[in-house]
Design a protein around this ligand. Sequence first.
Ligand SMILES: [Zn+2]
Length: 397
Amino acid sequence: MKIPRIILTAMVMIGIFILGMKTVIHFLGTASQTVQVTRMSSTTTSSLAYEQHRFYGESLHFDSTVHFTEYILQNMHTNMQYVFAHDSLNDEGIELSTLSAGVYQILFDSYPVEAYEFESQTWYTIMRNNEANEINLFSSDNLLYLQVNIVNELPENVYDIMIDPGHGGLDSGAVAYGLYESDEVLQFSQVLATYLTTEYGLKVKLTRETDSDPAGNDDYSLEKSPYYQDGRVEQTYQYQPKLLLSNHLNTTASGTASGFQIYSSFETTNTLALLLSDALQMAGLSPSLLDSEASMGAGTYKQVDYCEERIAHVTTCTQIYEDYFFIIRETGGISTFAQNIVNYNYNYVTVPNYGAQAFLLEYVFIDNYSDNLAWQTNWQLYAKNVGDAIATYLQIL
Ligand SMILES: [Zn+2]
């Protein structure tokens, strides 16, 4: 049915009017709720402590004792609102890269958040096409706000991405058919870092640039070294990357396994892991068929451990499951239940409330002859495709 133009115009006008009414109603709703806020503050302890907010990658989360379903960020000047689900995975929450410049009041559902003697904190999103969001979280008159500024440069010690060539120094990692994992992943990581910088303008830090332990420790316990000054984990907190890729090559006792494995935190989406899987498959690699219990499909894995089973390494268990790999668990701050940065590095009196979204990639099994040959022939292509997958995920063109 063809609707006459004049009626169509009238319908649009009525629509705009209804929309306008809704805005007015919404304003009245907000105003009347201030009364409820007073009641709420007298019956709840909604004051936010340090450990009740956490930055993870490009996300911000609040862990409140007050039940709520949505974060609402209301622009103080335009009243425009952003709404994000509260009950969400670590790489969801308040998605900081989607916010435009301005000052926002933070509401849990429709209630303002009270924050007494709140210590302000600054965090940065990833640099996209020469622009990043500088996020300032602060309180004013005991209410919580978030200010977004657009910046064209990150502070000297802040990076977008950390690339971690596994092993190094005394620890050569896997060795087979003349290849040393520590050397191969260093070369690979350097090419990947350069590609991300030159092709996509990302600020990338390598955890090591030579065949050495990142903490410069030649007489060390392998287990504790990552937490020492300039160790893999310590660098993550020092340089505040939003993404971390730890690069490895695999072996098995039998030499019969093959294919790639991509591990990520069990409390994150599998989005980037699947993009990385596609990228490696496009370069001719196949997903590994190992560890089916932890498998999320297409060579992606979320491997967890019972906290009690590694009780020797931690002081307390605050939850049942934890990420199995330390590079994933210990670099995410309180979001991933990191603990050892405090146990092993006395410069850290508390686990940072920020961290990176980490991935551990095992590209091939170098003790499998055809995998080994594929790596030697195509490793630069793998690096390029991994770089492109990261850019796709970050929506950098
Ligand atoms: Zn390794």
